[in-house]
Design a protein around this ligand. Structure first.
Ligand SMILES: C[S@@+](CC[C@H](N)C(=O)[O-])C[C@H]1O[C@@H](n2cnc3c(N)ncnc32)[C@H](O)[C@@H]1O
Length: 336
């Protein structure tokens, strides 16, 4: 999934930084990815550590992580379920079609009419199977994650859901194909949460804490609201031109609050090693981060050059360069 701040392309840099600090064997370590987003960083550690703890306060991210991190043993017959869902007749009275497709009467065009009707049909069937206990939680989240990723591929947006396009773009005209969200199988159990990082941190402990908070004012709840709407599928009155639900606002996106929030997180963390990804255009400066982290133990910094995410290149956002400096701030916490 094309995701703001995704570490898909940076995961090798992050992992090699972690290994160089902590050592070659992580098999008895608990690693927490507390701003997990797509879950890509936790996924890259899943088979190599004792346990991954994944968390994000957006519900769509929780769904993805329940599947990619939480699911760890083989689920039989998933292809039969996927085929059955792909073959469903479409539904023209569902929430997505009525509120986010042109034909549904809302004037919004986040999906083609046909894809909107199929998203509703599949979403309703997954819920029905789960409520009637035909499927257990692991399968439920696997199917929901498959739907989120498949719907995202045919979304009629420039990249995020803050706006839709006036004309249906070619990729959004294609018929949605429900593709399985395949997860890695391994022996160990993992944990997945859907909480504010600053609350969760007071309740967990482990060895390696990976932090990847938002860098700027752009709220994920607004930019990915359609994914939350498909994932939750609850009834609400969509607001304004883009059909926004009420959404949670992260203090990490607030210039006024971010330093206090970040320091609280570091202070309360019961983890020996803390790694923070942040770039040179974030709300906190490199010096801000260093000054806070240094108070709590031994600090170091690793950096690499990185190609900017495509949604950050649009006309409203003027940037001098096409690359950013990506940092991993490192803290070995004393007394953790
Ligand atoms: C930069 S993204 C993480 C990207 C992720 N590492 C990846 O590669 O997909 C930041 C994430 O932090 C989440 N977030 C923002 N504020 C949060 C908070 N207070 N507690 C937990 N998660 C939060 C957002 O929903 C978003 O998914």
């Amino acid at each position: 999934m094309n995701y703001i701040g995704s570490k898909y392309k940076l995961s090798n840099f992050i992992k090699s930084t972690v290994y160089s600090v902590v050592g070659n064997d992580l098999s008895n370590k608990i690693v927490c990815d507390i701003f997990a987003g797509t879950g890509i960083v936790g996924r890259s550690f899943k088979k190599e550590v004792k346990q991954v703890i994944a968390n994000d306060f957006e519900y769509y991210s929780y769904v993805l992580n329940r599947n990619y991190i939480g699911n760890h043993s083989v689920i039989e017959n998933t292809n039969v379920l996927i085929d059955e869902l792909n073959a469903l007749p479409s539904v023209d009275s569902g929430f997505i079609y009525r509120n986010y497709c042109l034909g549904g009467g809302s004037e919004r065009q986040y999906f083609s009419d046909n894809n909107g009707k199929m998203i509703d049909a599949i979403r309703q069937k997954i819920e029905q199977w789960h409520t009637s206990q035909q499927i257990q939680d692991g399968v439920y989240y696997f199917l929901l994650a498959s739907l989120l990723e498949s719907a995202d591929k045919v979304a009629n947006t420039a990249s995020v859901y803050g706006a839709y396009l006036k004309k249906i773009k070619p990729s959004a005209q294609k018929k949605m194909d429900l593709v399985p969200a395949v997860f890695d199988v391994n022996d160990n159990e993992h944990q997945v949460f859907n909480e504010d990082a600053n609350e969760l941190i007071t309740k967990i402990s482990g060895d390696i804490l990976y932090l990847d908070p938002p860098y700027n004012e752009r709220q994920y709840g607004a930019n990915y609201h359609l994914l939350n709407t498909i994932a939750k599928y609850d009834n609400f009155v969509p607001k304004g031109k883009t059909g926004l639900p009420n959404y949670k606002k992260s203090l990490y996106c607030s210039r006024k609050d971010v330093l206090h929030e970040f320091e609280e997180l570091i202070k309360n963390a019961q983890f020996q090693y803390i790694f923070l990804s942040y770039n040179n255009e974030g709300l906190m400066s490199v010096a801000d981060v260093r000054d806070i982290m240094q108070k709590y133990g031994k600090y170091d910094l690793a950096s690499t050059n990185y190609q900017r995410f495509k949604a950050d290149k649009d006309a409203n956002r003027i940037h001098k360069t096409n690359t950013t400096e990506e940092y991993v701030h490192i803290l070995e916490k004393t007394g953790a």
